[in-house]
Write a protein that binds this ligand. Structure first.
Ligand SMILES: Cc1cc2nc3c(=O)[nH]c(=O)nc-3n(C[C@H](O)[C@H](O)[C@H](O)COP(=O)(O)O)c2cc1C
Length: 364
């Protein structure tokens, strides 16, 4: 395939041709049978839209706010390790693309560039993603580096403390690289113990013993607002808010850690209901079309994030590719809003979607 991609699926096809098998599988793949990977995407296709007529949609405004920060579209870049696997400029290119689109990039602590370098290159607001480490000093050190470098929120990934089984990576003997964010650590004593796809890095120093009070502890020790990532059950969303999270990302980590969980769009309404406005709720997983973004907003997400699509954009055309991926989603979302009589983000409600065919009801 050589023609210009007209959608994100075509971006992936071209990216696949350009990437090594190992890197493609690392990005595209997920845990064990990849049932959740397929379900997370397919769940969007099972939700139908109810278009509405005769509404003035001549001015469509896609802007919104997240944690008080205005963004031009309700789509952000997910934290994802090693953008360098897709493009030499790695996270510098993605951060510039997010800035150009007036939206936020969340930088992974497993980035191929240091958080300080990315902060310098960024042309818009950025958040930093990290983990709870067994070493609380290191946990605070990463948080304060992010604070000093100018990041405006700290994203805590909660769903990645257990070793995943990714069979594509095992087959490919895939070994990732160590992020320069950890360059100061003694890697001789901080090696991954088990994962076939794991870099020799500090992942085994992630704390598996963390409980809710640890979130209170971190909230009390950083000036940055906390966003938790990896929530899949309403009660966990509620607890996150009770323990200091200002934002919650409903996420199954792109199905990369645990297989046979539900799709994120399926659990989103439950989390939104339980959080009850005590924190902002975002979601990720399987967003490939503007209609997907629209459905997530209709079910209560304030904004969405994309993971794999940013790699496809990077692999095809660096900064411009990531920008183009965001533009495609934005334009498709804008068209959907127009067709549904919902000209602003706030006006998108559950009234415009349907999970059940009327025929199903008729024949049951
Ligand atoms: C290659 C790759 C690396 C990732 N690395 C991280 C990471 O370092 N931290 C994290 O919280 N999530 C990470 N994720 C998960 C994403 O943040 C996100 O939850 C997921 O990709 C969303 O699904 P999508 O790819 O279908 O958009 C990664 C995802 C991919 C594809």
């Amino acid at each position: 395939m050589t023609a210009e991609p007209v959608n994100i699926f075509e971006y992936e096809e071209i990216a696949k041709e350009r990437l090594s098998q190992g890197n493609y599988d690392f990005i595209a793949g997920a845990a064990t049978d990849e049932i959740t990977l397929r379900r997370t995407r397919a769940a969007f296709d099972s939700i139908m839209i109810r278009p509405r007529m005769m509404v003035d949609v001549s001015n469509r405004d896609l802007s919104t706010t997240v944690l008080g920060q205005k963004i031009a579209l309700p789509i952000m870049l997910d934290p994802a390790g090693n953008h360098g696997a897709a493009h030499l400029e790695g996270e510098l290119a993605s951060a510039r693309a997010a800035g150009a689109m007036d939206t936020i990039m969340v930088l992974s602590s497993h980035a191929s560039r240091t958080l300080e370098e990315v902060a310098q290159a960024a042309t818009g607001p950025i958040w930093f993603q990290q983990y709870f480490f067994k070493d609380r000093g290191l946990t605070l050190e990463m948080a304060s580096r992010a604070e000093e470098a100018g990041y405006s929120a700290l994203c805590l990934t909660l769903d990645a403390k257990i070793k995943p089984k990714r069979e594509r990576n095992i087959r490919n003997n895939y070994v990732g690289s160590v992020s320069p964010n950890y360059a100061h650590l003694d890697l001789a004593t901080h090696t991954w113990k088990f994962a076939a796809d794991a870099p020799a890095g500090p992942s085994d120093i992630r704390d598996q013993a963390t409980t809710w009070p640890d979130l209170d502890w971190l909230a009390a020790n950083t000036r940055l607002p906390l966003v938790v990532k990896g929530i899949m059950v309403g009660e966990d969303g509620k607890r996150s808010a009770e323990h200091g999270a200002k934002g919650i990302i409903v996420s199954n980590h792109g199905a990369r850690y645990l297989d046979t969980t539900l799709a994120t769009i399926e659990v989103l309404p439950e989390v939104v209901a339980e959080v009850g406005g005590q924190a902002e709720v975002y979601m990720d997983g399987g967003i490939r079309r503007g209609t997907d973004v629209f459905k997530a907003l209709a079910l209560g997400a304030r904004a969405v994030l994309i993971g794999r699509p940013l790699f496809w954009g990077l692999a095809v055309d660096g900064e411009n590719g990531v920008r183009s991926v965001l533009e495609m989603l934005r334009d498709e979302l804008e068209g959907t809003m127009g067709m549904c009589g919902r000209p602003t983000i706030d006006s998108i409600d559950a009234e415009v979607i349907s999970g059940v065919s009327p025929l199903q009801a008729m024949f049951s």
